[in-house]
Design a protein. Structure first.
Length: 343
């Protein structure tokens, strides 16, 4: 069986990568964007993946755009490799976990996935028209060289992106922009975005800003966070929490009858009650800002009133890296698996 351990980072647009600059490379980004940003953009999840990789020897490779179309005779539609019926995409690789992103079609579309010539999955990619017509498929396999093959069974198949992971840990970005926690926890999202990855660890951002903007009370938000931690544990995963950045501008009305800092403090209280390790990024960012003149604060950590800039993302990544290493998760895969047995 594969030995790779999956670390899932759950959250909204901060986790997805808004503000890091990678979103500027997307063609016509939409509200609630699902398409992953390139590994090279300095979002906090990418920076954290890089640090974990350097420490543990974990590897992550992405294939997208032209690289994918070159694997299927150069056929392409937009940013996706195009497979018509009878065509195939073949990727020689050495990975233990693949994350395959397909672009859905309104007309009948079915794909087949093979490993070393053996059929593993058949997928119906037919979807209703929406701005979020993307489907993410996990594929776990044994370590060692192999051939990943995607075939078009019917219609047209569009392969948007393939991520390949190898080594002790795979860090997966499960951020969804503009997604409050009460939506993130619905079966529609959770059962497709979290459960299939069989995570060993889930780092939860808590979707704090979006829950505040939807006018949730701190009390209801506390119940949602507690519910999220229970759902993480029910997967056999170890939960972590982190607070998100301060925001600029009005902290209450017209956005909410509650103060934004009340929502952030709710994350701290839930983490303490539930005994969950917490990276208090909000506090460290507040401390960073307190040493600056008022006129310099907006550009210091923010790309807009709601999202951190690359420096803010770097502070996120540093806080989470320090938390994870302090918890001795990455001293060795064996130590990590032993830690998973803790209550």
């Amino acid at each position: 069986m594969p030995k790779i351990q999956t670390i899932l980072v759950a959250g909204d647009s901060h986790t997805w990568g808004q503000g890091s600059g990678g979103e500027l490379e997307l063609d016509s980004p939409v509200n609630g964007e699902l398409r992953p940003l390139a590994f090279t953009c300095p979002s906090y999840v990418n920076l954290l993946r890089q640090r974990i990789g350097e420490l543990t020897g974990s590897l992550a490779i992405e294939y997208q755009g032209k690289a994918l179309s070159d694997l299927c005779e150069g056929n392409r539609r937009g940013q996706s490799a195009l497979l018509d019926e009878g065509h195939r995409l073949v990727l020689p690789a050495n990975a233990e976990l693949y994350r395959i992103c397909f672009q859905g079609q309104t007309e009948s579309s079915r794909a087949e996935i093979y490993l070393d010539g053996i059929g593993r999955l058949e997928i119906d990619l037919t979807m209703p028209v929406s701005a979020h017509m993307y489907r993410f498929i996990p594929l776990l396999c044994e370590d060692g060289p192999k051939s990943l093959e995607i075939r078009c069974r019917s219609g047209s198949v569009l392969v948007y992106r393939i991520e390949a992971y190898r080594g002790p840990y795979a860090l997966i970005n499960a951020g969804i922009g503009s997604c409050p926690l009460n939506r993130y926890l619905t079966p529609e999202v959770w059962d497709s975005w979290i459960t299939p990855w069989q995570p060993a660890v889930v780092i939860a951002e808590g979707n704090t800003i979006n829950d505040w903007l939807t006018r949730e009370s701190p009390e209801k938000y506390s119940r949602l966070l507690t519910r999220e931690l229970g759902m993480i544990r029910s997967l056999g995963a170890r939960p972590y929490l982190h607070t998100v950045s301060p925001i600029l501008g009005e902290q209450a009305e017209p956005h909410s009858p509650y103060l934004y800092p009340e929502m952030v403090d709710t994350v701290r209280k839930v983490a303490a009650v539930e005994g969950v390790p917490l990276a208090d990024t909000n506090r460290s960012m507040e401390q960073f800002l307190s040493g600056l003149p008022e006129q310099e604060r907006p550009s210091a950590l923010f790309c807009d009133p709601w999202h951190p800039n690359p420096r803010g993302h770097m502070l996120y990544a540093q806080a989470l890296f320090e938390l994870l290493t302090a918890d001795f998760l990455f001293s060795s895969p064996a130590a990590f698996r032993e830690n998973q047995r803790d209550p």
